[in-house]
Ligand binder design. Structure first.
Ligand SMILES: Nc1ncnc2c1ncn2[C@@H]1O[C@H](COP(=O)(O)OP(=O)(O)OP(=O)(O)O)[C@@H](O)[C@H]1O
Length: 449
């Protein structure tokens, strides 16, 4: 099968200018590259980092469809090849306050190490909240990378279903920060794309891009993920001491407040970081004023954080999906096509959150249906859909489906409705027949190009 990855070298040749930027200590080089362009960045001299991940001198880093900041604590020289939409050097950054936060978290970890009753000691469970495009994910990456650089392996938890940080969009998930976050591949590098990863990410199917689409299901999955994470931490002292760093979606309306409080309770969060939103900080501060287990911290949003419009976010989601099947520029792989006959498939979808009560079976209220699955017939409606493959075997009770870990995803590349041979062609990153698993429909469609 032909690779769907974009040819970086071809794109670079179209815009072949090479230029150098000299950065003084504590300056930041910010650039934006759209999805039709690509650039190569190299560190020529000095030291620099991208969201906490140190750059190697002379290494070529490829970027396309990204907005990035290269920060230096001590000064550096950068070389850029290719065309950026925006590029400039910023003098003012909130990096010192972000580093101070890391230092404070590290102190908590150290006092955990030294506690006499080490078994019951849990490190910082940090949740970063704020409006959309406040730089939450970027701060989370920094905290994970700084922790990693100090030999800590905190658990990264993604509660923002719009971002396919660990697996694909439409999920909530968790994975240990087992390595530095790749500046190009971003948080996906903590997920399944890294063949060398030994630990399987925890991942639950939600199916939508925003928590407002089905808040009840969202909360149910957060509770499930939290209890699984805490069960893992209970058996692993170094991870427990390293703690958790939690990324959230940018919803700050009443539904968002409700979700934030639910997540704080379920994950037993002890540090809430509010990024770039005075009112949210004030509300959180008031809410947890009498709780000496929870510290609420306010941090400024970086002037470099860029608003991403809906189209950019959609493109970023599609790129994450493509990466899942085809790999990234540095580790390309070919997905496998497999045939699945209608009669062998057990496909479910979550009952419509917005279904009118009159459409529900008699005696069933809406509350129940929003967290309930219903079977669906395969058919042309599935064309180009992303389906979640559950880890639950299809001989097990289907009612456990939403609370079972995600095993992976398949893409429906064709639907054949011909009599006697009704079948789907599925694309999968793994070879072989589809195991006897349940499938769950997501709301994501993708066109393989
Ligand atoms: N200092 C910076 N300079 C340039 N770009 C930045 C900087 N910090 C963050 N960005 C970029 O700005 C965009 C938004 O940042 P980020 O994803 O961290 O925000 P967010 O609050 O997590 O957004 P959302 O709520 O939509 O998930 C990203 O593309 C990120 O790479």
């Amino acid at each position: 099968m032909a690779s769907a990855m974009t040819g970086f070298s071809e794109q670079i040749k179209l815009a072949d200018q090479t230029r150098q930027w000299e950065l003084r200590p504590e300056q930041e080089f910010r650039f934006e590259v759209d999805f039709n362009n690509a650039i190569i960045l190299r560190l020529k001299a000095g030291m620099a980092e991208i969201f906490g991940a140190e750059l190697g001198q002379g290494t070529s880093y490829n970027f396309s469809g990204q907005k990035v900041a290269v920060f230096t604590w001590h000064g550096c020289t950068l070389e850029i090849q290719g065309q950026c939409n925006v590029e400039y050097v910023a003098e003012e950054t909130p990096m010192v306050s972000y580093l101070n936060l890391h230092v404070a978290l590290e102190q908590r970890r150290v006092s955990g190490d030294q506690a006499s009753d080490a078994v019951s000691t849990t490190g910082p469970i940090v949740m970063v909240v704020g409006p959309a495009d406040a730089g939450k994910t970027s701060l989370v990456k920094m905290l994970l990378n700084y922790a990693y650089r100090q030999e800590r392996r905190p658990m990264f938890i993604n509660l923002d279903p719009a971002e396919g940080s660990i697996m694909l969009p439409g999920t909530v998930s968790a994975a240990p920060a087992a390595h530095m976050i790749d500046p190009e591949d971003e948080l996906n590098s903590l997920g399944l794309n890294k063949a060398s990863d030994v630990s399987t990410p925890l991942c639950y199917h939600y199916g939508y891009a925003s928590l407002t689409e089905n808040p009840k299901l969202y909360k149910l999955l957060v509770s499930k993920l939290a209890s699984t994470v805490h069960a893992r931490l209970a058996n692993d002292q170094p991870s427990r001491e390293a703690g958790c760093i939690i990324d959230t979606g940018g919803v700050v309306d009443p539904a968002g407040y409700d979700a934030i409080q639910h997540c704080i309770t379920e994950f037993k969060v002890n540090v809430v970081v509010v990024l770039g939103h005075e009112r949210l900080y004030s509300d959180m501060h008031k809410l947890y004023a009498g709780n000496d287990q929870i510290t609420v911290v306010k941090l400024a949003k970086s002037g470099g954080v860029v608003n991403r419009d809906k189209e950019f976010l959609r493109q970023a989601q599609l790129r994450t999906i493509r990466k899942y099947f085809y790999g990234s520029v540095n580790s390309e792989f070919s997905p496998f096509s497999t045939i699945a006959w209608y009669q062998d498939l057990k496909i479910f979808r979550v009952e419509d959150a917005l279904a009118p009560s009159s459409a529900l079976p008699l005696g069933q209220d809406r509350k129940l249906s929003e967290t309930q699955i219903v079977p669906m017939e395969p058919g042309p409606v599935l064309l180009h859909s992303i389906l979640t493959v559950s880890s639950l075997d299809n001989t097990e009770d289907e009612n456990k489906l939403l609370e079972s870990n995600v095993a992976g995803f398949v893409y429906v590349s064709s639907v054949d409705e011909n009599k006697n041979k009704r079948k789907l062609t599925l694309l999968s990153p793994f070879p072989g027949r589809l195991p006897r698993k349940y499938l769950l429909l997501t709301s994501f469609k993708w066109m393989e190009v």
